[in-house]
Design a binder for this molecule. Structure first.
Ligand code: SF4
Length: 224
């Protein structure tokens, strides 16, 4: 059988912001969205590196003691575009007692992958658009499987910190009991240099960065 392969941008060890504890993050290349605030635009255009399952597992195993209170996060890009590889990777890491969560935009509702992972971080994209209908199908599956979902949302001042956008999030959170947590993330422009390097315009250049006060305000509204 042909070896299980994927295209990845990188593997980062030591993230404290992609789930609980210290985590090893696998950034897959390829994405089916083009978010104006994206921090990883290189995953849209660059082919990345082809890796085998064995290679990725071996690399993660080297960090095993370091991530013992955290785990692995599959991110990107959009990991669900390479679902078959993700499923095999999760199976292999489970054999090593390493838990794996997935960060996704929720447009590809692959039931097998949702079922096998240890949790989902679903980033709701509602900055300059309505929430895509496919996200609700994704959440329906999470609900059926009782898969723990952390809902994240990048708050961009004046774009989606408005009452109507927050009300949509409130409705989603109240509809799905599988959503255990909601995390707002402040819009940042740290990725600007990446766009310059790629010779691409940074779509959200004109927006202000978000502040802690913006996040506090949004949490207060959600909890009211
Ligand atoms: S879904 Fe994620 S990786 Fe894809 S464009 Fe949006 S922020 Fe970037």
């Amino acid at each position: 059988m042909e070896k299980c392969k994927a295209r990845i941008d990188s593997i980062y060890n030591g993230s404290a912001v992609d789930g609980k504890g210290l985590r090893c993050v696998v950034f897959f290349t390829g994405c089916n969205m083009r978010c104006g605030f994206c921090h990883n635009p290189e995953t849209w255009t660059e082919k990345g590196r082809e890796v085998t399952l064995e290679e990725v597992v071996a690399k993660i195993k080297r960090y095993k003691s370091y991530i013992k209170n955290g785990g692995v996060t599959l991110s990107g890009g959009e990991p669900f575009l390479q679902a078959e590889f993700c499923i095999e990777l999760i199976k292999a890491l489970r054999g090593e007692n390493i838990s794996v969560i997935i960060e996704t935009n929720g447009l590809i509702a692959n039931r097998e992958l949702i079922e096998i992972c240890d949790g989902v971080r679903l980033d709701i994209k509602n900055q300059d658009r309505e929430v895509d209908g496919r996200v609700y199908k994704f959440l329906d599956i999470c609900e059926t499987l009782d898969k723990a979902v952390t809902m994240t949302n990048v708050l961009v001042p004046t774009l989606n910190d408005t009452v109507d956008r927050l009300d949509t999030l409130k409705k989603i959170k109240n509809t799905y009991s599988c959503i255990k947590e909601l995390k707002f993330l402040a819009f940042r422009k740290l990725c600007e240099s990446k766009y310059e390097r790629l010779n691409m315009p940074f779509p959200y250049q004109k927006y202000e960065e978000g502040s802690k006060a913006d996040l506090d305000k949004a949490y207060a509204y959600m909890n009211a």
